[in-house]
Design a protein. Sequence first.
Length: 239
Amino acid sequence: MPSTLTALRRAGTVATLATAGVLTAAGVAFAHVTVHPDSYAKGATDGVLTFRVPNEEDTADTTKVQVFLPIDHPVLGVLVTPHDGWTAKVTTTRLKTPVKTDDGTITDAVSQITWSGGRIRSGEYQDFDVAFGQLPDDTDQLGFKTLQTYSDGKVVRWIETQKGAEEPESPAPVLKLTAGTAGDNAPMTAASSEPEATAKASSSDSTARGLGIAGLVAGVLGLVAAGVAIARGRRARTS
């Protein structure tokens, strides 16, 4: 009997760790609000940014998402894609320094986009697509501070910037701007950016699923070991 109890305890520990591994893997894959793709060429034109918003709460739905666009390095020609159930409100701000383009001088740029009216339920996420006419060419990255409001009134502020190697607890989505010309950049249109974003999301999902399956296999092996120990114990008592 003592050996049987020990085996059961070990099996329970393995199963608990396996479950924790599954939950951790899922959390890593979907925890933060992110922007896809995560990089573009400086000065890129006619592209699409996708803001992926997961729901982290078990008992509340996401009901509003606010994305703040930088004005010191403005994104020009912003347009939002309609999403069923969601209403988008676009706020523009006058620029302190107008931007000269081939189409003329730009004096205003979008500073905030608010999506409301829809719901992102527990275990789900929503992609919000934003088209742009031109990205800035005078910075290495763009941070998009984001507020996520839940149906219970909770507001998660994805506004922190990374300093050093350690990632902050609530990081803002960051788009890296790489050196080179806009023509060198691969994700230049909605058609070309969507596969890349989907591939990255698929890779992340596959990693999470792989870790989860490994954890479940470990749990099953632990239970099998416990069963073997119980059977041996019974044979020992009857012999």
